[in-house]
Design a protein around this ligand. Structure first.
Ligand SMILES: [Zn+2]
Length: 355
């Protein structure tokens, strides 16, 4: 059980959350503690597996979502936490228990925010999407989310507002040829050589940089793997170039796919994976208020995050959290204690200010 003092202090609460081991799939204990803390408030609390939803019911004209995942990647000699010189070290400090702690701290201490708030603490973000607690909630109980007009995901952004997110697609671009003994190569057709124009198009590709709501989204089209070859004395009959397209959220998945097909015109293209981006939505009034509360300009989220799951439900969203995203999943993961304090203050100022 978290004591009142711990819940009242976002730094102590971060540490308490970090010190409950919660590698994806093992969130029972941390979810129990979070549920217990929320059950002692006036919030309406519901639990689905190890995902917990807590809602204020204040009849405010607007509702916002604050969301954070409870799980971490596997430990790597970085558990439990330790603090030193203003830094808190440990698995999950940056990604994203500091952010989750801020949401839980506000849920417990802000009884009358100016917007209704739906707090979501969810399981299995760090593993495949089929197990993702937010995805499951959005699929099975969308009504718990869709009455919100704006969402904040407290993933690490180092204290900056990061609007929306990029979309991502993976495609296989294939060439085929004909096998032959390499001693008599003219009897075959070399599929690896035929891949040269694919690589050439990638090498010459000029990626777009798109500014949306003041956020600069830099696209990228890159080969990430190449396979082909049969044996040291065989002309290969197949070559596959795996390409990853990271696209700005002004393209939807269909438009992104059309673009990829156009780039590789004349080649066989197979789509293996696709996830939409999310527009920054920084023109939403609640977003503008949060931006004003941070006092810093926004930037684009270069990466894919669960804000896209809100976007699919028609809810604009942004990322804002104290951790440094570049430290996520690293052995030396840590968070600046000042950033936790600042993040909690900004969010509180935002939820309290007079509309
Ligand atoms: Zn995360």
């Amino acid at each position: 059980m978290f004591t009142r003092d711990v819940l009242a202090d976002p730094v102590a609460l971060t540490r308490a959350l970090v010190d409950i081991e919660s590698v994806s799939g093992n969130e029972a204990e941390i979810a129990d503690r979070v549920e217990e803390a929320l059950a002692a408030t006036d919030l309406k609390v519901e639990r689905f597996g190890h995902t917990i939803v807590a809602r204020t019911e204040l009849d405010r004209p607007q509702r916002v979502v604050l969301a954070g995942h409870l799980d971490t990647v596997p430990l790597h000699d970085n558990f439990p936490s330790r603090t030193e010189d203003g830094l808190m070290w440990g698995c999950g400090t940056a990604d994203m228990k500091a952010g989750t702690a801020i949401a839980l701290h506000l849920a417990v201490t802000e009884a009358a925010p100016r917007h209704d708030v739906t707090y979501v603490f969810y399981e299995c973000e760090e593993v495949d999407s089929a197990r993702n607690g937010l995805r499951i909630l959005a699929d099975r109980n969308p009504h718990l989310l869709t009455d919100a007009s704006f969402a904040v995901l407290l993933e690490p952004t180092h204290g900056l507002i990061e609007g929306g997110c990029q979309g991502t697609q993976r495609v296989l671009v294939r060439t085929s040829g004909k096998r032959a003994h390499s001693a008599r190569s003219w009897l075959g057709e070399n599929a690896i050589h035929k891949a040269a124009p694919i690589l050439e198009r990638l090498r010459r590709y000029r990626e777009r940089i798109v500014t949306i709501d003041g956020c600069e989204f830099h696209e990228g089209l890159n080969a990430v793997r190449i396979t082909g070859g049969v044996a040291g004395n065989v002309i290969p009959d197949e070559c596959v170039v795996e390409v990853n397209f990271r696209f700005a959220p002004d393209r939807d998945e269909a438009a992104a796919a059309d673009h990829v097909r156009e780039v590789f015109e004349g080649f066989e293209v197979e789509f293996v994976d696709s996830a939409p981006g999310a527009l920054p939505g920084l023109d939403a009034p609640a977003a503008r208020e949060l931006l004003a509360a941070t006092g810093r300009p926004p930037r684009a989220k270069l990466g894919w995050t669960d804000v896209a799951r809100f976007a699919v439900l028609g809810i604009p969203g942004l990322n804002y959290g104290p951790g440094d995203p570049n430290l996520a999943h690293k052995q030396d993961e840590h968070v600046e204690i000042d950033k936790i304090v600042e993040g909690a203050e900004v969010m509180r100022r935002w939820l309290r200010a007079d509309a």
